[in-house]
Design a binder for this molecule. Structure first.
Ligand SMILES: Cc1ncc(COP(=O)(O)O)c(C=O)c1O
Length: 387
């Protein structure tokens, strides 16, 4: 289905944004506070409970000692570190202030008024924002079992299609497409349509039929793969993302990119983080232990959990008054457990939970047990300050 752009009627006599801009519903980040609760566990934005690598923290501290110079606008150190980690040509890599910037850059580079951009029903919200901000038209493909549907996407391709965004795995569902399906999607797209494979959670996936899209990005002329340092590398605050793709795509995006879009502390901390494979492995192992445990425990309470391959799970609640997602969110919040409501993703009956520390995971299961059995919200309320 094609979304119709409906901007409010412009007021005469004042500057008006381009068509599409006022149709954007601004992105609302996950909450980080639980008012009146002593200890807060932020499980709302898929950050890592392990924090960043010590080596990244040391590089960040060192970089903070010299802030008067502009950063290297070519992000040489970081691109080289990424290239070394993945065996890539640094010339095929572009870095951005988070993969958000990469996703926006690619839209600004390839999409204009009259152009269409396809993404799936419960896809990452930034795809719609980037499309509208570029003056393009979002085209939403239905999903099947909360999973992207290749046939539904291909059926929507028209001569106006410029981009297809696919998060694999997807946020907020945690589902993924096996790589055969991604290849089938690519094979079905016209050569002038750019397929953007957003692999923000790739490191967490432990499935033999999953691939990040790296090989396609290296061999096809119309595939870009984006990645982030915000999730497994624990550097969300520094805003570091990157993408790899055909030389002509990287060249075009570099022309649009701000000349100093990355800051020096981010460049140096990112380079140190990606070189610390042991830290990444620790995070993978932590997730591999707690994701199945949480799924099993929460399903044991009679709640449906969408099978996830990422570092978060989507928990579905009934419609029954007293048991709804909204009420569960409020209940958990009173215990300092901050999850994410996902009504803005078309999932009003679900909450998304990031896999947390051992302590946080146990507390969520205990709280949900009480919630489902109707035991009051007695928690760690202190009536005190919001930390
Ligand atoms: C699927 C997906 N892509 C991209 C991002 C953007 O991450 P960042 O801009 O922090 O790199 C996120 C963050 O939540 C995400 O879930």
């Amino acid at each position: 289905m094609t979304a119709v752009l409906k901007d409010p009627i412009p007021a005469p006599g004042r500057p008006e944004p381009r068509p599409g801009v006022l149709a954007i519903e601004a992105y609302v980040p996950g909450k980080s506070h639980a008012p009146g609760v002593e200890k807060v566990f932020k499980l709302s934005s898929n950050e890592t409970p392990l924090g960043p690598s010590e080596k990244a923290l040391a590089a960040f501290a060192e970089a903070g000692r010299k802030l008067e110079d502009y950063p290297d606008g070519s992000a040489t150190v970081l691109r080289q570190a990424i290239a070394t980690a993945y065996g890539l040509d640094p010339a095929r890599i572009i870095c951005g202030a988070g993969s958000d910037e990469i996703l926006n850059l690619v839209a600004h580079t390839y999409v204009g008024p009259g152009d269409e951009v396809i993404f799936s029903e419960h896809g990452f919200l930034v795809y719609k924002i980037a499309t509208l901000a570029s003056g393009g038209t979002p085209v939403v493909a239905k999903e099947r079992d909360l999973t992207a549907d290749v046939d539904a996407i291909l059926a929507l391709v028209t001569p106006q299609t410029r981009l297809v965004f696919l998060a694999n795995p997807n946020n907020p569902t945690g589902t993924y497409l096996p790589f055969d399906e991604v290849r089938r999607l690519h094979a079905g797209l016209p050569a002038n349509v750019l397929l953007v494979l957003d692999a923000a959670y790739a490191e967490y996936v432990r499935r033999n039929d999953y691939e990040t899209g790296l090989e396609l990005a290296l061999t096809a002329d119309n595939v870009l793969m984006s990645r982030t340092f915000s999730k497994i590398h624990g550097l969300a605050a520094l805003r570091i993302g990157w993408a790899v793709g055909p030389a002509h795509v990287i060249d075009a995006m570099n022309r649009v990119r701000g000349p100093f879009n990355m800051n020096t502390p981010a460049l140096l901390a990112g380079a140190a983080a990606i070189a610390d494979a042991a830290h990444v492995e620790k995070a993978v192992a932590h997730n591999a232990r707690w994701l199945p445990w949480l799924t099993e425990q929460i399903e044991g309470l009679g709640l449906k959990v969408t099978p996830s391959v990422a570092n978060f799970l989507l928990i579905h609640f009934p419609d029954t008054p007293g048991r709804t997602a909204k009420e569960a969110d409020a209940f958990l919040m009173k215990r300092g457990l901050v999850l994410r409501q996902v009504a803005s993703y078309g999932l009003p009956h679900a909450l998304r939970m990031t896999v947390g520390t051992e302590e946080a995971n146990h507390l969520v299961v205990a709280a949900l047990t009480d919630f489902m059995s109707g035991n009051g919200p007695a928690g760690q309320e202190t009536g005190g300050k919001d930390k």
